[in-house]
Ligand binder design. Sequence first.
Ligand SMILES: [Zn+2]
Length: 360
Amino acid sequence: MVEGLRAAVAAGRLPRSLILLGPRGAGKYTLALMLTMALECERQPRELVEGRELAGFCGECSNCTRIAEGAELEAKVEEAVAAREEMRETDKKDTRVLVQTHPDVLIVPPDPPQLLIKLGQIRTMIGRAQTLPSEGPAKVFLLTSAAMMKEAANSLLKLLEEPPPYVHIMLMAENLGELLPTIKSRCAVAHLGALPVEEIVALLAERRPELKKTERELTARLSEGAAGRAMGFNLAEYAAGRADALVLLKNAESTGDHTTLFKMTETYRAGAEGQTKTTALLRALSSVLEDMLLLQAGAGERIRNVDKLTELQRFADSFSFEWIEGAVRSMDAVQSGMRRNLLRSLSLDALAVELEGARP
Ligand SMILES: [Zn+2]
């Protein structure tokens, strides 16, 4: 897929509007920056692979280096948000978060706190699209999320209908369902699929040598084929959340003594820390429930929590398919409870009670 895009850049045929589609951590943004460098590089290096000319970038020229600064996206967004916080209230309202490390490349992240791309951001983008690029051959707009306010999406549509010839728009999306059909129909889609477990394991061996062999295997499976996610995966945090998720399941499996359960839910308090912890627990629980379904379906080789096979097999045997479905619905309820900002421990207890009551 990457070679196809590089060949398109070399031939001057990269689609003007491109959706980079793939799960979180699949490398959408990294690829978008590389394509941008390939478009803007002063040296325009070319590589011949199997008779095809592929575009590359030097990584050293003033265009490449400035674009590469955009790689620190989180830090740049934080800077922009902090700058907005400093403003007078009246100006704050009209200021949208944008990242720009090169005059011809505008990075549009979802605007906090709602984390949606807003109309003001798209308007700025449209304004900038009207002027010719000043230092490279193209003007590139990178939208790092497909979550958009409705007016923003409608406004973007107008630009996609008639983009100036030097404009490239790359839109990063986790699933196509997030986008208006009218937007999708005007864009080419490049799909970043999941990498096989072995490839992620090999990458981890190289980049995170501190991990043990079993930890690499587990991290690779839990990051679901997304290299970026594997690189930053916090195994200790996941394992803590999963241990508690297993307590919930054990509690649901056998009635009677709830001491362990209460000891566990007590450690979940209100506030930001409790929220992070609850999120980790729910994420782990959902991954465990999916594994139980795989085991029930006889597809044990695909489970992610490989180190807990024996325990998960026991759960898979003792809980019915319907029960697992019900558990997933109860989890959704906890999540919406969290959004309404209920006390963390209360909603976890409620989940435990529900899981227990639903047992066939
Ligand atoms: Zn360069």
